[in-house]
Design a protein around this ligand. Structure first.
Ligand SMILES: [Zn+2]
Length: 243
């Protein structure tokens, strides 16, 4: 438990975060994104859904619009201006070639050296079951990092002007029960809190706690959990898969 986390690689210029839902990036990763953007790196987001099934009291069509706009505002807080959405259905994203193809197309278009995704494991570290959307998108992102470099997989993408990109060097999985690396988020922490706070409609549907209090407590917990394994510094941890 006390084994230290390694420092995340810094020799990249472009990163692409591939997640399932609005807010997936904001539970920790956004604080690291703020730090990367400060250092001159370009970060883009790709969301498989608009999170339309995420708020019990708001019907899907309305919810999709609200959550898309909250996600764009949230990205702006940490200096991310490119936010793209796929049209997979919230809650029932299917792992398979169609999803891999969509993610491969995005990786070829953005040409990132670092892909960030969400926990693809069955659980959040034991007895808390993960959601099927996270498992599907996380696994497909790990697979698509390789698919993007092979011109004979999804070869139709070449005809759409998307040349193979074999330049993904790492896939970093956020929220993994088995992190290996971390980013010091001393500088990005406050923007991380504010970026989560942009998901106000979702948070108000989730908890009776004041949203400001909730967001700060969540980020304190996330960054504090990694700190003992990262020299006591507030940090966001990732499980890093090198290619
Ligand atoms: Zn999610």
């Amino acid at each position: 438990m006390t084994e230290q986390l390694a420092t995340m690689p810094t020799d990249f210029t472009r990163a692409l975060a591939i997640v399932a839902h609005p807010d997936d990036v904001e539970y920790g990763t956004a604080a690291a994104v703020a730090t990367w953007v400060d250092q001159g790196r370009e970060v883009s987001y790709l969301l498989a859904t608009r999170g339309e099934a995420g708020i019990d009291g708001i019907p899907p069509q309305e919810s999709a619009q609200v959550r898309e706009s909250e996600q764009r505002a949230s990205a702006r807080v940490v200096g991310v201006s490119t936010v793209e959405f796929l049209n997979h259905r919230d809650g029932v994203i299917e792992y398979g070639p169609a999803l891999r193809r969509d993610l491969t197309a995005a990786i070829r278009a953005h040409r990132p050296e670092l892909v960030i995704t969400i926990n693809h494991h069955d659980t959040w570290g034991g007895t808390t079951w993960n959601t099927p959307d996270h498992r599907a998108v996380g696994r497909a992102a790990l697979d698509a990092a390789a698919d993007a470099g092979n011109r004979w997989i999804f070869s139709e993408l070449g005809n759409e002007g998307l040349a193979p990109w074999d330049g993904v060097r790492w896939v970093a999985v956020a929220g993994s029960p088995w992190p290996t690396h971390a980013v010091d988020v001393t500088d990005g922490f406050e923007r991380g809190v504010r970026s989560l706070l942009e998901h106000r409609s979702y948070i108000e549907g989730l908890t009776d706690t004041d949203p400001r209090t909730y967001c700060r407590e969540v980020l304190d917990w996330i960054t504090g959990s990694a700190a003992p394994r990262f020299g006591g510094r507030p940090a966001v941890a990732f499980e890093l898969f090198a290619r």
